[in-house]
Design a protein around this ligand. Structure first.
Ligand SMILES: [Zn+2]
Length: 91
């Protein structure tokens, strides 16, 4: 019997929301994701064997990836609502 094992790289999605994509220049949905190496048996990922790395932000529309730093200037909530000064006063 053959036992086929190895490793694969999986994308772990950590966070979703809306941001102004520097590429599209308009409000787009994004996903914050990391890559992680997983041990596989018969091509089925069983458990992670490494640290999360390559943390990045991906525009769901144009698929361009950015440094997570791009979210520092994000002023939109997960619903796509703008975080205006008015809402900061009332909260
Ligand atoms: Zn984009």
């Amino acid at each position: 019997m053959f036992v086929i094992f190895g490793t694969t790289s999986r994308k772990i999605e950590e966070e979703k929301g809306y941001f102004v994509c520097p590429q599209c220049q308009v409000l787009r949905p994004y996903v914050l994701a990391s890559m992680q190496t997983w041990f596989t048996l018969f091509f089925i990922p069983l458990f992670p064997v490494g640290e999360k790395n390559n943390r990045h932000v991906e525009c769901k529309e144009c698929s361009t990836t950015f440094y997570p730093r791009v979210l520092d200037f994000n002023r939109y909530t997960v619903d796509g609502q703008i975080l205006g000064e008015e809402s900061q006063v009332t909260t």
